[in-house]
Design a protein around this ligand. Structure first.
Ligand code: AMP
Length: 201
């Protein structure tokens, strides 16, 4: 069983690289952004609250977000107990502490944090393109700028937090998607004991 956090600024390629990690290691994917967008599309109460933050590029408050994640984990214990890739969670130190507790109470832990490191001009370029291709509402320049500033003030301190826990794998996230995935595999295979799978895939 392997729990991986994929970490990085908005536009750093977390979703794309999560897809690769899922097919290689058979992990269950939890993207908190996708969970919230699904609630918005269905017009639920949570969706209405989430929309008011997401449209401004702000984070959903920790207490609410932590409850949402706990609910997601408990709604599919069979799959989530086999190993999860956490995409977009944690985004604050309090969320990281809550995740540690949540997993410990389920007899588990975060095994590795993959940090995708991408220069800011490249992040903006990718998000503008994604907005054009997918119509994603928060991929417009004003909201992108807010999301990046929230990332720097609230989320980037997690890098130090996970370095101090000995779990952080910093990956150069610029360039070709396949090359980035190879860097991730190399880093995980060199430092995570007992990792299944053939790193050549
Ligand atoms: P993402 O798809 O991960 O880029 O998330 C899109 C938006 O959903 C973010 O800009 C936040 O507004 C919100 N969101 C997603 N995950 C979290 C989280 N862990 N904590 C707070 N807000 C979140």
């Amino acid at each position: 069983m392997l729990n991986i956090v994929i970490f990085g600024a908005p536009g750093s390629g977390k979703g794309t690289q999560s897809d690769r990690l899922i097919s290689k290691y058979g992990l269950h994917h939890i993207s908190t952004g996708e969970v919230l967008r699904d609630h918005i599309a269905r017009g639920t109460e949570l969706g209405k609250i989430a929309d008011s933050y997401i449209s401004k590029g702000q984070l959903i408050p920790d207490d609410l977000m932590i409850r949402v994640l706990e609910h997601v984990l408990d709604s599919d214990p069979e799959n989530t107990s086999k190993g999860v890739i956490f995409d977009g969670f944690p985004r604050t130190i309090d969320q990281a502490k809550a995740l540690k507790k949540m997993l410990a109470s389920r007899g588990s832990k975060v095994h590795a944090v993959v940090g995708l490191e991408v220069p800011e001009d490249e992040l903006i370029r990718r998000m503008i393109n994604r907005g054009k291709e997918t119509g994603r509402a928060d991929d417009n320049l004003d909201t992108i700028k807010n999301r990046l500033s929230v990332y720097h003030s609230q989320t980037s301190p997690l890098r130090e937090y996970y370095i101090s826990e000995g779990k952080y794998h910093g990956i150069d996230g610029a360039g070709d998607v396949d090359e980035i995935f190879s860097r991730i595999k190399e880093s995980l295979h060199s430092r995570v004991p007992g990792l299944d799978g053939d790193s050549s895939k």
